[in-house]
Structure formats: structure tokens, C-alpha cells
Design a protein. Structure first.
Length: 277
């Protein structure tokens, strides 16, 4: 499943081809995504100028305007297996190509085999895009100054859940997905099953910069190669730098102890019993 680095890589890849461009046409081939695609989108979007391409968590936000006035945001989520790529305007659509956004002579095409992605419209009349129900409860962005050790410490004082589950929950910090949570906790030498409420401010002060470093490195490497994901420019290569993720039974790169695997909240967790405590 595309996580924050993969979505950010996608955002950086598509932004130059969208920002400042006018929507010429919209084609919806299958309305049956995670939530039904509004059949009015072609009428709503045609003729609008895309002023910016932003990201909130794993959601891509395309701000649209007309005559200098904001009209709304197109919200796109890649789901479990979605991808966005530019193709020629007349390029034939392959199987699972559900949505086209045409700007000039090229089309931004959403392909999503599992149809767990989303294409939603949030009109400016409904308020800022941050107020959308899918975005309003999200935690802080991990690569911003708002994400601090103090924030994690204060938010977890009464939480008995494991620190790994708290990172994945998204209500305190958003976008630290399964792969990157495992890698960050290893680098901070924190056991993933440790109760978040038992971790000291000092240890959170070690974890926060490791989360930033892991996410930044993943973005620089183009993300990770998952079963279904590749960016607009091809697959990512961060998986070559994993310390623990998907390395069950292999020797720890630090101490040579075999990496262990556990299941937390139906997600696989990988860790080293010697390095993490």
C-alpha cells in the first residue's frame, strides 16, 4: 500500500504537469471506487485552473480556481494499489484505468486494480479542505516543525496501546505507515510492543528525528517497492536500506541477532530483540 513517501513522490512527480494548467476534460470509466465518484465531476472541473498540488497524509489535494477565485479541491487517494501517471491525451485506456484528468495534450490517469482508491470533490463553499471529514481528524505532518517529542509525549500519557500502533493510528501524527514505523523504531532502539504511555520524553526525542530521517530518506529514494506501487518515474529503492522490515530470520545489520516478526493490529512488525528494548 502506498505510504506517505510514495504519495509524496507521486505529488512531486505530477505537480509540474498540473500546476497552472486548465482542466480540459474529465473522463470517469468506473464510478465504483472506495466511495462512488461524483458523476458531476466533468462538469464541475472542466475549465478550472489547478493552482497547487498538495498532500495531507496519504491524500493528494488539487486546488482548483476560476478567475482567481477558489472553487474547491479534488481529493485523490491511491488506496491499496493505485497509481497516477501522465499519458498522451489519446492514449488507449488499459484495464483498471478508472479516471482521467486532461490538461492540455496530456492526461493524468488513475489506475487502481483493487478500486480502494478515491476521487472526491470538496467545494470551496464547504470551507477549507482541511475541514473535509477525511482530513479533519488527521494528526500533524511528521516532516513539519509541529511534530515534536513533546507532542508525542503529551499525547500518549494515558495511552496503553503499543507505540507502533499509536504511530499507525494517524490521530497524533499522520503518514508513518507500517514499513516506516518499524524502521524508525529500530533506529531509535525502541521495542515496537512498548506501551506508548511508558516511553519517556527523552526516548521520544530520539524517535522523532529518526521518523523524519527515515521518511526523508525514503522520499529521496523514490519510496519503497511494494507489490503494486511504482511512482510516475518507476519503482522506489528504499527497500534496499531496510534494517528490519520484511527481514524475518535474517541477521540484524547491527548485532547479527535474527530479526523477529510479530503481528500487531493485523499488521506485520519486524524488530531485533537485542537492539530494541
Amino acid at each position: 500500500m502506498p505510504e506517505l513517501p510514495e504519495v509524496e513522490v507521486t505529488r512531486r512527480g505530477i505537480a509540474p504537469g498540473l500546476e497552472g494548467r486548465v482542466v480540459a476534460n474529465v473522463e470517469i470509466r468506473d464510478h465504483r471506487l472506495r466511495w462512488p465518484v461524483d458523476p458531476e465531476l466533468p462538469r464541475l472541473l472542466r475549465g478550472l485552473r489547478i493552482t497547487s498540488v498538495d498532500r495531507r497524509g496519504k491524500y493528494l489535494l488539487l486546488a482548483c480556481a476560476a478567475g482567481g477565485a477558489a472553487r474547491g479541491w479534488l481529493i485523490i487517494h491511491l488506496g491499496m494499489s493505485g497509481s497516477l501517471r501522465f499519458v498522451a491525451a489519446r492514449a488507449p485506456a488499459a484495464k483498471h484505468a478508472h479516471f482521467d484528468l486532461q490538461v492540455g495534450r496530456q492526461v493524468l490517469r488513475l489506475t487502481d486494480p483493487r478500486r480502494f482508491g478515491a476521487v472526491l470533490w470538496h467545494p470551496a463553499t464547504a470551507g477549507p479542505v482541511a475541514s473535509h471529514p477525511l482530513l479533519a481528524s488527521l494528526g500533524v505532518e511528521p516532516l513539519t516543525a509541529e511534530f515534536t517529542a513533546e507532542l508525542l509525549y503529551n499525547a500518549t500519557r494515558k495511552r496503553a496501546a503499543s507505540v507502533k500502533q499509536v504511530l499507525l493510528a494517524g490521530d497524533t501524527v499522520v503518514g508513518v505507515g507500517n514499513i516506516y514505523a518499524s524502521e524508525s523504531l529500530f533506529r531509535a532502539r525502541i521495542h515496537p510492543k512498548t506501551s506508548a504511555g511508558r516511553i519517556s520524553l527523552k526516548r521520544y526525542a530520539t524517535l522523532v528525528p529518526e521518523i523524519r530521517a527515515v521518511l526523508s530518506a525514503a522520499i529521496a529514494k523514490g519510496g519503497s517497492t511494494l507489490r503494486d506501487f511504482s511512482s510516475n518515474d518507476g519503482p522506489g529503492y528504499f527497500q534496499l536500506e531496510y534494517f528490519v522490515y520484511n527481514r524475518e530470520g535474517l541477521p540484524c545489520r547491527i548485532c547479527a541477532t535474527p530479526i523477529r516478526r510479530a503481528v500487531q493490529g493485523q499488521r506485520a512488525t519486524f524488530y531485533c530483540v537485542k537492539c530494541q528494548h
